[in-house]
Design a protein around this ligand. Structure first.
Ligand SMILES: NC(=O)c1ccc[n+]([C@@H]2O[C@H](COP(=O)([O-])OP(=O)(O)OC[C@H]3O[C@@H](n4cnc5c(N)ncnc54)[C@H](O)[C@@H]3O)[C@@H](O)[C@H]2O)c1
Length: 266
């Protein structure tokens, strides 16, 4: 029997990348899973997850024997997030695990960042997490049980040039998660953060694009104390599993999964 038998998990950005790996990892431990993704279009340099991605991931999750409910959702829309949480509880009976993972990235010098780019990042990466936690906490409070994990980034632990708006959102969600962790600490709900270094997902290598530029790979190899250019989504899922199967004593923590980058933080 899996460690999460009977649990219900809700994952934003669950159609592909890390969200997909998390859905499969949680289902393999016995959880039923809601994957929410396929947002309205954004003006970015790479495509976002689609309804086809959602359905393909749902099929893979179901092949593990779990129930999977795919929901088309844009986390920028607070009312839609609340409706998706309601649908989760009415369809699957509870909401035990929340993975606030949906996120977008854009690179460039700050003086070149447009208002549109700023808002896309803040509205998804920060306000979207706010919408998700705000909708889920009343349910978890009634259950007196909840395991919440927010996906930040190593960009939320340091400054990185040409990533200022992204990093501002990723620092922001750590403050959000730590504060909420204290608000719910007496109610059986834990709130923790995962900070991955570069992960090999469509955010870094868009589907259909062959290979990642050599220069980028070289730069990443040099940046990481453990000389690998990136980690795989499954590496992050193992950290997630650790946090959501905890007995309830780890909260307000930040788990870096970062090829040694943690050793360089103050
Ligand atoms: N890939 C990396 O190098 C890396 C490193 C550290 C942290 N992260 C973070 O990890 C998380 C997952 O990213 P990934 O690497 O799997 O990338 P990804 O682009 O493959 O997956 C992100 C998913 O989030 C969805 N999404 C984006 N905006 C959304 C919105 N407004 N509403 C609903 N869904 C939305 C996308 O459609 C996509 O399916 C993100 O928060 C990202 O910022 C990524």
């Amino acid at each position: 029997m899996g460690a999460l038998e009977g649990r219900v998990a809700f994952i934003t950005g669950g159609a592909r990348g890390q969200g997909r790996a998390h859905a499969l990892a949680l289902a393999a431990e016995g959880a039923n899973v809601v994957i929410a993704d396929a947002p309205r279009p954004m003006n970015l340099t790479y495509p976002l997850g689609t309804e086809d991605d959602l359905l393909a991931t749902a099929k893979e999750v179901e092949e593990l024997g779990a129930v999977c409910l795919p929901i088309t959702l844009d986390v920028r829309d607070g009312a839609a997030v609340s409706a998706a949480i309601d649908e989760t509880v009415s369809s699957l009976g509870s909401l035990d695990i929340l993975v606030a993972n949906a996120g977008v990235v854009s690179t460039g010098r700050l003086d070149e960042v447009t208002d549109e780019t700023w808002h896309q990042l803040v509205d998804t990466n920060l306000t979207g997490v706010f919408h998700t936690l705000r909708a889920a906490i009343p349910v978890m409070r009634r259950q007196r049980f909840g395991r919440i994990v927010v996906t930040s980034s190593m960009g939320g632990r340091m400054g990185i040039p040409e990533l200022a708006p992204y990093n501002a959102t990723k620092w922001g969600v750590i403050g959000l998660a730590k504060s909420v962790a204290l608000e719910v600490a007496k109610e059986g709900i834990t709130v923790n953060v995962i900070c991955p270094t570069t992960v090999h997902t469509p955010m870094v290598q868009p589907v259909g694009v062959d290979g990642v530029p050599d220069e980028f790979v070289r730069r990443m190899m040099k940046a990481n104390p453990i000389p690998q250019p990136w980690i795989e989504a499954e590496d992050v899922s193992r950290g997630l599993l650790y946090l959501v199967t905890d007995s309830g004593v780890i909260t307000g923590s930040v788990l870096e999964i970062a090829l040694g980058g943690s050793a360089r933080l103050h």
